[in-house]
Design a protein around this ligand. Sequence first.
Ligand SMILES: OC[C@H]1O[C@H](O[C@H]2O[C@H](CO)[C@@H](O)[C@H](O)[C@H]2O)[C@H](O)[C@@H](O)[C@@H]1O
Ligand SMILES: [Ca+2]
Length: 744
Amino acid sequence: MSSQQSPLPIHPKKHHERKGTLNLDPYAAPDVYYGTSHSPRQVAKSRTYSAIDQRNSPLDSSIKTGRRTSHDATGNAPRRYLINVDETLKTLLAREDTDHNIQITIEDSGPKTIPLGTAASGGYRRFDVRGTYMLSNLLQELTLAKKFGRKQIVLDESRLNENPVNRMARLIKDQFWPNLTRRIDGSNIASVARDPKDWTPHPRPRIYIPRGAPEQHEYYTRVALEHPSMNLDVIWLNDPPDNEEYVRDLNSAPGLLAIEMERIEDTKDGKPDYRGLPFVVPGGRFNELYGWDSYMETLGLLVNDREELAESMVKHFCFCIRHYGKILNANRTYYLCRSQPPFLTDMALRVYDRIKHKPDSMDFLRKAILAAIKDYYCTWMSQPRFDPTSGLSRYVPGGLGVPPETEATHFVHILTPYANKHNMTFDEFVKAYNYGHVYEPELDEYFMHDRAVRESGHDTSYRLEKVAAHLATVDLNSLLYKYEVDIARTIRAFFGDKLQIPKEWHVHGQPETETSSTWDRRAKKRRQIMDKLMWDENKGMFFDYNTVKKQTTGYESATTFWAMWAGACTPRQASMMVAKALPRFEVHGGLVSGSEESRGPVGIERPNRQWDYPFGWAPQQILAWTGLLRYGFEEEAQRLAYRWIYMCTKAFVDFNGVVVEKYDVTQQISPHKVEAEYGNQGSDFKGVATEGFGWVNASYVYGLQIVNSHMKRALGAVTTWDTFKKMTEGEVMELKPEAASVHT
Ligand SMILES: OC[C@H]1O[C@H](O[C@H]2O[C@H](CO)[C@@H](O)[C@H](O)[C@H]2O)[C@H](O)[C@@H](O)[C@@H]1O
Ligand SMILES: [Ca+2]
């Protein structure tokens, strides 16, 4: 074949010229792969495309009719295809997407094969791309190429038949994290301030600024004046910002809450200029800085060497604690009274460990610990969250009325009987109730618990429904135990056992200097109380403690393993949890949130709750793996990580690269299909998933640090745990060295 017909790098003399363009890493990120390798200049220079014999292009009639064609064999060189993007996309979807959802999955019943012309033959020789996985990868690649404006591409086959574990990990690193990354500043405020959950008739971008950040008010005011078309509303926040009536009233004009910015070079006319620090959002309809999602994401970001992102998320939390008094559920006005499970100390220590060579790293750690101490006192150890009788803490956020951010229909079944009772329409009743024009103490009680459920992050679950605000949960108290030990350890190890508290971080009644012994005592005390009030020796697990009824709830929840994560249990308790509790939660795809028995029967009258059986969530897996490793249960940690990674990989392979917020961990075939409450964020994409879901992305790359290389190979071949176990029976499993460092 002449070089005219085959101008791709098969000619040694041409090889050098094409370095960095057509000879790109086949696994390069899409912006590089479709941006550089197929730049218009390169296309014009190369005769590749003009050399395509259209009669033999992948778009000829034989493809459209699905007829098989004969192929030439090639040598051992990696194969590349020459593809006209639009037409191949059209043909591919027409043949293979038989249920028309713009995804190619195992539920489609097309011929499952499409011939593509090789680049080496100028499109003349063709080979079949076969099977759901390769075809769906083709769809994903073509969709990406189109997004980058490519009309024609040279596509490495290795992008289509890539080991699925490598592919998913690669997408998380190169695409999902960047696509989930946001900043809030003048360059994008008009779009990021928009809220897909905004319920008002005329949404507009609004940014609320705390009184302690006048520089941001000045900055955004200038941006709004300079860009009137943005229609940006810049509003001072009241001080204090979390008065319940005030927060309720803000629901008629909801907006973003300002977070940390960095000063950059002044504008041309000498005005102070700022840039928002980056952060990662959870994904789906959640487009803000979230509380515990950010911690989970941090674990994945650190695996993927994105410490600068993790660092700035810690800085955002410090900003939130300083100006809003807490780590917010998320930075929207309707979350001003609500926090989420606190992970700041562990997050900051992990980040510090990765940035300690930087000159300002000690400042970073100091500020984060000062912020965590303030969060501890103001949020978690103040009433109503702190229960002085038990000495434990509960999720009890403030707030009035109906949480506005849920789906419109979410509370219909609860509120309709009250609307009928007051002879009002649904909307009239909600308004009257929110503004105290009708008095319904039972509803007040219901919504107090509902808000607590949301603050717990486990929204929603029969474990917590109608009782959450009374519960000293295992999860929260384990996290606070971890705060206490981390603070003690940090003060001792980094601050000479004397941490001075500057004025801006000082809390009423706090000593001017914090020392480790106080924090050690607090931790010891909490552990004793947890042991006394929450531990069940017979069941071998910790249970939530009802501070009103003064008894444990008996609801079996995977949050029992958080005590292991935090180091709040004895080695003996840890062994008992492994022996007795673990079998109650371990299923096909890892850990289920709670036991089926505790959840009880479900049906039309009692629908599934997304944080109950049979659903499994990334944070539960991550914390259990880390806890198990902490107490020396490597085998169990590896097995659970294997199960979870297998399940995510299987869904990814069979369902067009899907990565979702949560999974039905009992399902072998389509675990990503979850019919509960808010649907499943991350499943609704056309052609290609571009973000995954923050904490699942993190769990995947973090879990890959825990399984050993043998397991990783088996996962790449999509081998179930049971098969893998049979294959390796009798072998002694090696523990990956990285696994030893996954806990702090
Ligand atoms: O809008 C409904 C609820 O959405 C959030 O909760 C869920 O998503 C969060 C983001 O991934 C996650 O942190 C939480 O655990 C999920 O249950 C939000 O946090 C809730 O406040 C909100 O009511
Ligand atoms: Ca389909």
